[in-house]
Design a protein around this ligand. Structure first.
Ligand code: PNW
Length: 499
């Protein structure tokens, strides 16, 4: 039995099978060249499964706007972006893409693109303005309207509960993620959302990128570039924030399943760090496996999420800085997931080495290809090896993985004479998608792909200066213009093939 059929036969539980029909059983797109068996074989191996989740991704604070409308109260990102010097040009999410009012046009753009799945996030301070307590029905109603519009266009909503816009009220009350109190508040919020939207949403993600909001939002000994932008006294404080986030995830998984009326899928979107064997030989592949488990912060986040234990090597290295763990915590953190969202942008090359850890990472020198952000080096194999290590390093043979984000900022200014020619994004997406395809062909349970992002939006500390969209947004007029990459992705979806 080959790997793909083994996975189909044994791996997926009933829930995943109901939700992911036919995704892993090798169904292929149509246009095979019947006359030439060799060509047909080659072509077949480059075709995505017909039920593959082709999607697009966004997040609430980055595009909704309507920051003070219909009862929404501030999040930590409202406070942060309104603090002088924190965001480039003093940009804020007050208006952003005005998606709150223009969601119908935006769903139209998705339908035209051909996506059948849409990943968005719910703004916690829009639906529970004080973070706990009263639900703001007007806020919930916005997401009902959005989901109705999506479903009317045959698009499945995938909702993320937390994409970094913590209600400011909870930051003020108990320092947000620094307090264990957040675990119950987050679970209550999850319950309220399943009660309010569960008839429309069955695909849930708890948190987006624990790594980023805990490490880029808090510095150890110095302030940090993302909200809340605080300085912590020691690393232990940061690891405690991660521990609280893991607990909140676990508790929310339970809350979602308890409140759901029917079948639902529970996932998390995490940007665990992929390590790529610079040469694909067994010893360097082993080095990549060691790097995956032993390097900050995979051992602190993805390992406990999927295995119920902090990585022992990682934990030993933390010494006195290790987080405080109470009885029952690891069980709560370790909830069975229906799927795993992988946010992938870049990665690190490694090779075997005679070091205590058993590997060494390789530098990227000046002139190494990178996209229009300093951290965004082009490492397409990172998406393949990231997927593969979930199985190879963490033993999750059965866990369906979808790419919950992948994309780049374009270099702009782009030509507006005929179309927005973001050839750099087309190049980037093509290289990464081919590696996703390789993982599919190898039989890894990859079920979907959501490029980041549907449209240009508020890029956090970079404000509106960095554009990640398949659709260009003119912020002065709110005019949307599909870029070249939109046309390219449209064709990928239509044909099921990356060319
Ligand atoms: C992700 N880094 O954030 C987020 O989920 C999105 O909201 C964001 O717009 C997108 O990637 C593009 O940045 C990241 O510095 C932010 O390595 C920063 C980093 C990684 C991911």
């Amino acid at each position: 039995m080959d790997r793909r059929h083994f996975l189909t036969a044994t791996a997926l539980g009933a829930t995943a099978n109901q939700l992911l029909p036919g995704l892993l059983d090798g169904q292929r797109g149509a246009d095979l060249a019947e006359s030439d068996p060799q060509a047909a074989l080659q072509k077949a191996s480059r075709t995505f499964p017909t039920n593959f989740w082709w999607g697009a991704a966004t997040a609430a604070y980055q595009l909704e706007g309507a920051a003070a409308e219909d009862g929404r109260k501030p999040s930590i990102w409202d406070t942060f972006s309104h603090t002088k010097g924190k965001v480039v040009n003093g940009d804020t999410g007050d208006v952003a893409c005005d998606h709150y009012h223009r969601y119908k046009d935006d769903v139209e753009l998705m339908a035209e693109l051909g996506v059948k799945h849409y990943r968005f996030s719910i703004s916690w301070p829009r639906v529970i303005p004080d973070g706990r307590g009263t639900v703001n029905q007007k806020g919930v109603d916005f997401y009902k309207r959005l989901c109705d519009e999506l479903r009317a266009h045959g698009i499945t909503p995938h909702a993320t509960l937390y994409h970094w816009d913590l209600p400011q009220a909870l930051q003020d009350k108990y320092k947000g993620w620094q307090s264990r109190e957040i675990v119950n508040d987050f679970a209550d919020y999850a319950t309220a959302m399943v009660n309010g939207l569960g008839d429309r949403v069955t695909h849930w993600m708890t948190l987006n990128e624990i790594l980023t909001f805990s490490v880029v939002g808090y510095g150890v000994g110095n302030t940090a570039p993302h909200a809340p932008g605080l300085a912590l006294a020691r690393k232990k404080d940061q690891l405690q924030i991660i521990h609280h986030a893991l607990l909140a995830h676990g508790h929310a998984c339970q809350a979602i399943r308890a409140a759901a009326k029917g079948t639902c899928s529970v996932a998390i979107a995490e940007n665990f760090s992929p390590y790529v064997p610079v040469v694909e030989t067994p010893e360097h592949i082993e080095a990549a496996r060691l790097a995956f488990t032993r390097t900050d912060f995979n051992g602190a986040i993805i390992t406990p999420l999927l295995t119920g234990k902090y990585d022992p090597y990682w934990l030993a290295q933390q010494g006195a800085e290790a987080p405080d763990v109470k009885a029952g915590d690891m069980e709560l953190i370790h909830q069975k997931l229906d799927a795993l969202g992988f946010n992938c942008y870049t990665g690190t090359y490694v090779r075997a080495a005679n070091t205590p850890a058993g590997f060494e990472t390789l530098d990227t020198f000046e002139g190494y290809p990178r996209m229009a952000l300093p951290w965004l080096t082009l490492v397409p194999e990172s998406i393949y090896w990231g997927i593969r290590m979930i199985t190879d390093a963490l033993g999750q043979k059965a866990l369906p993985i979808f790419i919950s984000e992948n994309g780049c900022a374009d270099s702009g200014p782009v030509s507006s004479t005929r179309e927005m020619q973001d050839t750099d994004r087309v190049m980037y997406l093509r290289q990464y998608l081919r590696q996703v395809q390789r993982a599919v062909d190898d039989g890894y349970p990859v079920v979907g792909y959501f490029p980041w992002s549907l449209m240009d939006n508020f890029e956090w500390a970079e404000g509106y200066t960095k554009r990640f969209g398949l659709v260009h947004v003119d912020y002065a007029t709110q005019k949307r213009t599909p870029k070249l990459s939109y046309r390219w992705f449209q064709q990928v979806i239509k044909s099921g093939v990356v060319r």
